[in-house]
Design a protein around this ligand. Structure first.
Ligand SMILES: NC(=O)c1ccc[n+]([C@@H]2O[C@H](COP(=O)([O-])OP(=O)(O)OC[C@H]3O[C@@H](n4cnc5c(N)ncnc54)[C@H](OP(=O)(O)O)[C@@H]3O)[C@@H](O)[C@H]2O)c1
Length: 357
């Protein structure tokens, strides 16, 4: 009985979806019938077999299922797949038209988390996010950043970001790229960027305060010990697992403190592309709220959506097998974000740190 009811509602849903998607079914020539009537009279012959129904039901599920997770201390649900907007720019051979199409397809498929920054292609990424999200702003969580280390520079950044993003607030404002101890000191100094963050939050221009880094997990751990940041964007690819590991040295503390963790470098700047599904599964199996993927092409988005729809946590045996395959990539010219200079081949020499207890 229950099954029969489900089947009926699925038929109705399928019918209404087809009515939306298939132009010739959208209007009755004589306008006499309601949409439901059209569905009953015209669509019944289209679904004669249970096999077809099952296939359609599966397709509908595929199109609409996106898992969500809480944002650290905040129960607000963000999509497992997050959108990293750094690469939807001319510099990465993505036109404005393509960028807008990719953004809108992502939202339509349940992606509700967007990350950008004013420094990405001198504001072009933010401008395109603003254009792509026109009319959709209320459906997404929008994060941008500041590279400024002083209050004044940061507030100037925010003013520009809000204009380009065509919004009067962002859900999350992030301190960009904390790499060295002097970054950390500057954040907390008098007149430092944290003052701008608190002021902007007070004024309702930003809702959450965040920090990011992909080099030294100890600096980010110290930052969240000093201040109750709402979130942190950190490097969490499977290759990051092996050296200066945020998964080991940062995530447990973040979880303990209720700091939302957002994963990046998931594709190791493209080096893990042959293992897209495993790369995503590895990161999503960590206690992250979301992971942002730096897509620049529609087919990359589709691959990531597909992985999100079918996500199952990676078990230990799968993880070890994956590690065995990718181990040869654990080297400085691949893990460039952890090397001292881009492409230098030298491992970044982590400074000696000593923080007051
Ligand atoms: N400190 C910070 O706060 C910081 C730093 C860097 C990035 N970010 C953010 O993180 C986002 C992600 O960047 P990332 O550096 O972490 O990049 P990533 O995910 O490690 O690599 C993205 C690159 O992988 C390649 N790729 C191949 N298949 C892909 C697929 N299915 N999905 C996505 N990418 C695929 C693409 O390069 P090709 O098209 O060339 O193959 C793409 O440009 C950025 O957009 C940005 O928003 C933040």
């Amino acid at each position: 009985m229950v099954h029969a009811c489900r089947a009926t509602s699925t038929v109705e849903y399928a019918s209404s979806k087809l009515l939306r998607d298939v132009p010739f079914l959208q209007a009755e020539p004589d306008g006499k019938h309601s949409l439901a009537g059209v569905a009953r009279t015209q669509l019944r012959p289209l679904f004669p077999s249970p096999t077809t129904m099952f296939a359609l039901q599966h397709k509908l599920q595929e199109e609409h299922t996106m898992q969500t997770r809480a944002f650290g201390r905040d129960p607000h649900q963000v999509s497992l797949l997050g959108f990293g907007a750094q690469r939807i720019v001319d510099e990465h051979d993505c036109t404005e038209e393509e960028a807008i199409a990719i953004i809108r397809r992502a939202v339509e498929q349940g992606v509700n988390y967007f990350d950008t920054a004013p420094s990405y292609s001198a504001g072009q990424s933010e401008t395109r996010v603003g254009l792509g999200l026109e009319g959709l702003r209320d459906r997404v969580w929008l994060a941008t950043k500041t590279g400024g280390r002083t209050r004044d520079l940061a507030l100037r950044d925010l003013e520009g970001s809000l204009k380009r993003l065509k919004t009067d607030y962002v859900n999350e404002w992030r301190i960009h790229n904390v790499m060295q101890p002097h970054d950390l000191e500057a954040i907390f100094a008098k007149g430092g960027v944290l003052e701008a963050m608190l002021e902007a939050r007070e004024q309702g221009l930003v809702k959450k305060i965040s920090i990011s880094g992909h080099t030294d997990p100890r600096l980010l751990a110290e930052a969240i010990r000093r201040f109750p940041f709402d979130s942190a964007l950190v490097a969490l690819s499977a290759l990051d697992h092996f050296i200066y590991s945020f998964a080991h040295e940062f995530v447990p503390l973040a979880v303990e403190k209720g700091v939302a963790v957002i994963g990046m470098k998931v594709m190791a700047l493209g080096k893990l592309a042959p293992w897209t599904e495993q790369a995503l599964r590895y990161t999503w199996s960590l206690p992250v709220s979301t992971a942002i993927l730096g897509v620049s092409k529609m087919d990359e988005l589709e691959a990531d959506l597909q992985a999100a729809r079918h996500f199952q946590p990676m078990d230990d045996i799968e993880r070890v097998a994956f590690f065995q395959e990718i181990m040869p990539l654990v080297k400085a010219d691949v893990l460039r974000w952890k090397a001292g200079e881009w492409m230098s081949g030298e491992w970044y020499r982590l400074p000696q740190l000593s923080f007051d207890a």
